[in-house]
Design a protein around this ligand. Structure first.
Ligand code: NDP
Length: 372
């Protein structure tokens, strides 16, 4: 998975460089060059210096409105390495025991929690108690009840809670949403979301119920759920789901290998999705309306995202998702900017309620009604 993602990331960055080269040349000679940003910088500490935390840190080098200034880690050697790599001062370094002291640090605005899913809840609650804004990776929690507690804690502490839904800032995704909103697809009838890869090492936390909260559904099925919502612009009112398990040793009780699930929407539109840890080449969205369609493949990888509609290929800039996400989050936190698709805790609780309903539908074999 990592090597696939690394490859996609490299592809994304080089495509970005190619795309920006002629653009910046053009802008240099133009009158309408944007003035350099001189607003507040969102000063972020990353908590959990693993694979994705590293990717976010690298992407943040290019941010103009946010900056990596601190770390929280259980691994002292990583802290040292990150300090020298990103110029992080000793006073902005914490471990999981002394993390609560961050409340006395005026040089950190937000903590970005990038740990295994099962730990998000406690770390976000501690972040809120320290009076810092919380940014949390997906899935925000392992069930809706935990997620709601996180929303409540952040509200009570008067800090923002945002979730790393990087696709909510991706240009081709936003273009499809714009086309749907302006009626270019006509009445939406169907969404299909397929998310999957073959997972390796059986000892990793993603296959540990306590740390992951489930299996593929928690990790990547959530992209299809979230995509079904932002692509159709509707919230599901019922869910059905079926699980297939071919390897009960690797995928233990409570860790789903493959789940197919279906949604019904108030308009009568339906969705059919698949989430799996046991198939490759699955990263595809398809949206069908009475007047047209959109197909995205890859639809949620690190990029470049590719998409076409009934009108042809979508040609929009390739971005580094995490760079844009962090700059936009700075705007959300400091200027109350409203993104086209929300990335707040309430949005994440909706996804978690749907995940709860999917697991219930698998268990009971029944159609489960959802109210978001
Ligand atoms: P990793 O295993 O690579 O890193 C997790 C880090 O969390 C560890 O390196 C460690 O950092 C810290 N940690 C704290 N406690 C534990 C523990 N008990 N077991 C393992 N690690 C622990 O995971 P990822 O970075 O791939 O995933 C982290 C989160 O990011 C997940 O919620 C995942 O869903 C999300 N993610 C989101 C992506 C996106 O595109 N939005 C993509 C990939 C992941 P340290 O050593 O510093 O303590």
């Amino acid at each position: 998975m990592n090597s696939r993602r690394d490859f996609l990331q490299k592809l994304g960055l080089s495509a970005l460089a190619l795309q920006l080269a002629p653009l910046s040349g053009w802008a240099a000679g133009a009158d309408n060059v944007e003035p350099p940003y001189d607003g507040p910088l969102l000063r972020v500490a990353i908590l959990g210096l693993g694979g994705y935390g590293t990717m976010v840190a690298e992407a943040m080098r290019k941010c103009t409105k946010a900056k990596l200034v601190g770390v929280v880690s259980g691994t002292p050697s990583k802290v040292k390495a990150w300090q020298s790599k990103y110029g992080i001062p000793e006073k902005n370094c914490y471990n999981y025991e002394n993390f609560d002291n961050i409340k006395n640090n005026p040089d950190i605005d937000a903590v970005y929690v990038i740990t295994p899913n099962g730990l998000h809840h406690d770390f976000v609650i501690r972040t809120a108690a320290a009076g810092k804004h919380a940014i949390c990776e997906k899935p925000m929690a392992v069930n809706a009840q935990e997620g709601q507690a996180m929303v409540d804690a952040c509200k009570k502490a008067n800090v923002k809670l945002l979730v790393g839904y990087r696709m909510h800032f991706e240009p081709k995704t936003l273009e499809v949403i714009r086309m749907r909103q302006s009626g270019e697809f006509g009445k939406i009838r169907f969404f299909q979301g397929q998310c999957g890869f073959t997972i390796g090492d059986p000892t990793q936390w993603r296959l540990n119920k306590k740390l992951a909260g489930g299996g593929s559904m928690m990790d990547i099925g959530i992209y299809a759920i979230n995509g079904a919502r932002y692509m159709t612009g509707e919230e599901p009112i019922w869910v059905t789901a079926q699980e297939t398990k071919t390897d009960p040793v690797k995928f233990k009780e409570g860790v789903d290998e493959t789940i197919q699930f279906q949604f019904g929407f108030p308009s009568g539109a339906v969705a059919s999705c698949l989430s799996t840890y046991n198939m490759n080449n699955l990263d595809r969205f398809f949206l069908d309306g009475e007047k047209g369609f959109a197909e995205m493949q890859p639809s949620t990888g690190y990029g470049p995202i590719r998409g076409r509609t009934h009108l042809g290929e979508l040609n929009l800039p390739v971005t580094t998702h995490q760079t844009v996400q962090m700059d936009e989050m700075s705007e959300i936190i400091f200027n109350n900017k409203k993104p086209v698709v929300p990335v707040n805790g309430e949005e994440a609780v909706k996804d978690l309620k749907i995940i709860d309903a999917i697991y219930l539908a698998v268990k009971t074999g029944k159609k489960v009604e959802v109210s978001l």
